[in-house]
Each structure stands twice: as C-alpha cells, then as structure tokens.
Design a protein around this ligand. Structure first.
Ligand code: PGA
Length: 250
C-alpha cells in the first residue's frame, strides 16, 4: 500500500491525475474505470487541462463504468453517467464506442452485468481504477458485507449510501439499489488509486487502512490493503486519524 498525504485536496487530486497521465503515456490503449461522485471532480478538471495542453491523450483508451444507480437514466442529473460525461468524457471528446456504461434503466440487469464483465474480459483486465470511498467504506456499490468473489452485480444500497445519495440529486431521486463492478474487478485491476479528502472521510479512512486493521468485507475498502499496486491519495484532513492512529501504534 502506497500512502500519499498532501496538504490539500487539490494536491491529492493532482497526484491521482499524475498517475492517470503516466498510465496513458505508458499504455495509450489502457482500460480505465473512473469513479463518479464528488471526490474525483478536481482530478477530472486536471485531466481535461492536461488534454487541452497536449500533455495527455485518451483517444485510444477504453472506459468501463464503475457503477450506476438502478432505475436512473444516464441523462439524469446526478447519475454516474451524466457526471462522467459532463466532467470528463464530453470535455475531452471520448468516443461513445470507447465507453461501456451500466444502463441503470435496463430491464435485464443480469444481462447488463454479463455484458460489462465480457467488455472488461475482452480488453484483458482493468489497467487503472480510480475510486472514492463511501462513509461506510464502500467501493463503487460494493456495500459492507459484499461477497468479495463477485464481478459485476446488482445490490441493495446500504442505508448510509441512500442517506448520502441526496447530495447528488436535484430534484431528489428515490434510489434503492445499484449496479456495480465487483471486488474481483477491483482486486484484478493492475493499479488502483483511492482518493479521499475532507475531515468527514477521516474516520472511515482510519477504519479501513490503519496499521493494525485486518481486511474485512464489512469495510470493503480495507480489502485494498492486499492489492499489490494500490495508491491511497489523501488530503491532510482525510488522513488525520490515520496518521494519529498509526503513529501511536494502537
Ligand atoms: P463521494 O463518494 O466522492 O461523493 O464522497 C464516494 C463514494 O461513495 O464512493
């Protein structure tokens, strides 16, 4: 586990953007999966800037959705698809043929999962995954207690996820389940970056990653401790309890 702590959110986001740019330079046809949500938005802005300055080129890359709210059309404000389109894909001109989204409105979600798994398998495996962390330790919609052996699946949302979801939607949306890449995709990805910022994330970051903790599916993010190429990028506020706990050795 590589832990990177920066004085602020912008510098932590710049580290994540730097790792992504390095990846695309080393392998121009990389397969990425990038989390939507609030946390990666600064990273996306930095990537857009890099493309505009000719420092990065994602034209040959492919992208697999990390997750989507079941029942929401991808054009709904706050859906994962809309977020990715508005903050990254449309701004840098990624072609639709290079993106595989989950369709949250599909009438056959089992098929939707199978299609995503085939898309990823057809491209080898995910080269780089950018994740956030939920206040309950979820990754994508791999909610506490998830079976770590799953690939794409549909899941009931944890009460904390439902509670937090209101921040994404205006007008409000009633969400009860999600469709997501599984922890097997996460663990098989060649490189995983988890970005977290803000003091509201400090407690879950400590629970998932402090020195004496053991990986458990009750805190899905903690399983990343066993990933061979994992970067944890934190701002000072999100890292605060982790640093204290690790330093004290309790
Ligand atoms: P956030 O979500 O980036 O909006 O905090 C993170 C997550 O739920 O994974």
């Amino acid at each position: 586990m590589n832990i990177h702590v920066y004085p602020n959110d912008l510098e932590a986001s710049a580290k994540a953007a730097g790792l992504i740019i390095e990846q695309v330079r080393n392998k121009p046809d990389s397969l990425f999966s990038l989390a939507a949500g609030s946390t990666p938005l600064k990273t996306f802005s930095l990537l857009v800037e890099a493309v505009r300055q000719g420092k990065a080129d994602f034209d040959q890359c492919r992208f697999a959705s990390l997750d989507e709210w079941v029942g929401l059309d991808g054009s709904v404000q706050g859906s994962c698809r809309q977020t990715m389109n508005d903050h990254f894909f449309r701004l840098v001109g990624i072609l639709d043929k290079n993106i595989r989204f989950f369709d949250g409105k599909s009438e056959d979600l089992t098929r939707e999962c199978a299609d995503m798994d085939s898309f990823i398998e057809g491209n080898g495996r995910i080269d780089m995954l950018l994740l956030g962390i939920g206040l309950n330790g979820h990754l994508g919609f791999n909610e506490p207690g998830v079976n770590p052996d799953l690939y794409s699946h549909v899941t009931e949302l944890d009460p904390i996820t439902k509670q937090v979801s209101v921040k994404y939607f205006d007008p409000p949306q009633a969400v009860a389940s999600g469709i997501t890449l599984g922890l097997r995709h996460v663990m098989e990805a060649r490189t995983v970056i988890l970005l977290a910022s803000g003091s509201h994330k400090a407690e879950i970051v400590r629970s998932a990653f402090h020195d004496q903790g053991s990986p458990t599916e009750r805190i899905p993010a903690s399983l990343l401790r066993e990933h061979p190429n994992f970067h944890l990028c934190l701002d000072q506020s999100a890292a605060e309890q982790l640093i204290t706990t690790n330093a004290k050795g309790d």
